[in-house]
Design a protein around this ligand. Structure first.
Ligand code: AMP
Ligand code: ZN
Length: 480
């Protein structure tokens, strides 16, 4: 079995990955707060952990990996967006406005991340659907002395967890000295963080033993990870900006509430996507969305390919020069894969190239994997079997796995490609029919072509297709 090595932020070294249960490899990744379109930085963990998800499925089996990524749909920013709409005169209830906004944002998120070729995680829990589990976890923490209620709030008692700070390598005293911790009269210690806070009548809230209120952000992930993955699981991921305090707090809550488990064994953090040396973020205002790029005409495959070219633990910039280069490469690759009748020959399906898997298995070394892919393409140009393997590999990487023709169409002359493809299908069908004496498939392809505005001439010498002025390539979409 392929050996996977991953850099564990918790131990600060690369380790051989050994799942707790190879029949159910479990990974949790912090998902978005759904109040607005995802910016390009938000796509980085999605693409990074999508590659890891694909690798785990490849090594352990498609059904043997559970990937959970949450939606944070209760949050002050979401409330503020809904309140602003009411203030602007929208007569609907705050709850209705929030639900509409979060539903809409989740829809956008799916559209945008699908366009980047990211597989949907196995489970995508919404925080508001797991409030009961959060309340139960908070009650358990209070019962064990790790949390206390004060003035409608519940706070986690940081000093009650000796290992606090181990993930980010800071001591509690250092943190207090350097941190922007919120001081509040009801806190026993400035480091203590909120598990539950009160909601006034204007804000969404749930009944709880501490009055009507809503959960803090950190407890959401702890509760959902526990419900869906158990007290111990394999991998926890997210951006490096979440390491402190979010992940530190998740660990404290989960390990104190469920000391029988170890929470996540491997912690992985992607570095930031930057703009001129600074983290892309909504609050700095230096962002553009994934949708902006798609609307400018950059295919999702190009955006993904640019992301893959920088190792996930290095900061990266988006530049137009990188995008143009990626587009040129993908154009060459998809052209080769859609020409010369290869689509038919794919009947004997290729295998993902092992050298590429090996590179990815070394802490997701995608820059090396892509260098190897370039080398593989050079030999694949002359050899159909090698080209089939090459295609299986670009599929695996999420660059071509949806519809090679639709990808290719984005990169090259639409009509030519569609015709090349149709011709190769027709030639193959005719060869088959000569043997079987069954011409129904030939007739089917011919009638699709004629309907699409293509003149079909079949002679003993071969097949000729000539597009007419009313040729509509999209009508050839159904030909496979
Ligand atoms: P948020 O909605 O801000 O909580 O972020 C959702 C995910 O995107 C988290 O995993 C963040 O770490 C990640 N993230 C946010 N900004 C960036 C960035 N500029 N580069 C890479 N990842 C980011
Ligand atoms: Zn989280």
């Amino acid at each position: 079995m392929t050996e996977i090595r991953l850099y564990n932020s918790r131990t600060r070294r690369k380790e051989t990955f050994e799942p707790l249960d190879p029949a159910n490899v479990r990974m949790y990744v912090c998902g978005p707060t759904v109040y607005d379109r995802a910016h390009l930085g938000n796509a980085r963990p999605v693409v990074t952990f999508d590659v890891l998800f694909r690798l785990l499925r490849h090594v352990y089996g498609e059904g043997a990996v559970t990937y959970v990524r949450n939606f944070t749909d209760v949050d002050d920013k979401i409330n503020a967006a809904a309140q602003a709409r009411r203030a602007a005169g929208d007569p609907r209830s705050l709850e209705g406005l929030i639900r509409e906004r979060t539903d809409e944002t989740i829809g956008w998120y799916h559209d945008d991340m699908d366009a980047l070729g990211a597989l949907r995680p196995t489970r995508e829990p919404r925080a508001t659907e797991w409030i009961g589990a959060m309340i139960a976890m908070i009650e358990g923490l209070i019962a064990k002395g790790h949390a206390y209620a004060a003035e409608g709030h519940v706070l986690f008692r940081v000093r009650s967890y000796a290992a606090y700070g181990a993930l980010s390598g800071r001591s509690v005293d250092d943190m207090i000295a350097g941190a922007r911790v919120e001081v509040a009269p009801f806190k026993e210690d400035p480091m203590d963080f909120v598990l539950w806070k009160p909601s006034d009548d204007e804000l969404p809230g749930w009944d709880s033993p501490w009055g009507r209120g809503r959960p803090g952000w950190h407890i959401e992930c702890s509760a959902m990870a526990h419900e869906l993955l158990g007290a111990s699981f394999d991998i926890h991921g997210g951006g490096i900006d979440l390491q402190f305090p979010h992940h530190e707090n998740e660990i404290a809550q989960s390990c104190c509430a469920h000391p029988e488990g170890g929470f996540a064994r491997v912690w992985m953090h992607n570095e930031m996507l930057q703009v001129e040396g600074r983290k892309m973020s909504k609050s700095l205002g230096n962002f553009f969305t994934v949708r902006d790029l798609l609307d400018q005409g950059w295919p999702g495959e190009v955006i993904r390919f640019v992301m893959l070219q920088t190792h996930y633990r290095k900061p990266m910039d988006w530049t137009e020069a990188k995008a143009r280069e990626a587009e040129r490469t993908l154009m060459r690759w998809t052209r080769a894969m859609t020409s010369d009748g290869l689509l038919n020959k794919r009947l004997n399906k290729g295998h993902v190239i092992q050298e590429v898997i090996d590179a990815i298995s070394d802490d997701l070394n995608l820059p090396l994997a892509i260098t190897r892919l370039h080398a593989a393409f050079d030999s694949a140009k002359r050899d159909d079997d090698a080209l089939a393997d090459f295609r299986a590999t670009t599929d695996f990487l999420g660059l071509t796995d949806r519809n090679i023709l639709s990808a290719a169409r984005k990169f090259a002359d639409i009509g030519d490609l569609a015709l090349d493809h149709a011709k190769s299908l027709l030639v193959a069908a005719r060869e088959q029919a000569m043997k079987s004496k069954d011409f129904s498939e030939v007739d089917r392809i011919k009638s699709v072509l004629i309907d699409a505005g293509v003149e079909v001439r079949m002679t003993r010498l071969g097949v000729e297709l000539q597009s007419k002025r009313d040729f509509d390539p999209s009508k050839l979409d159904g030909l496979t």
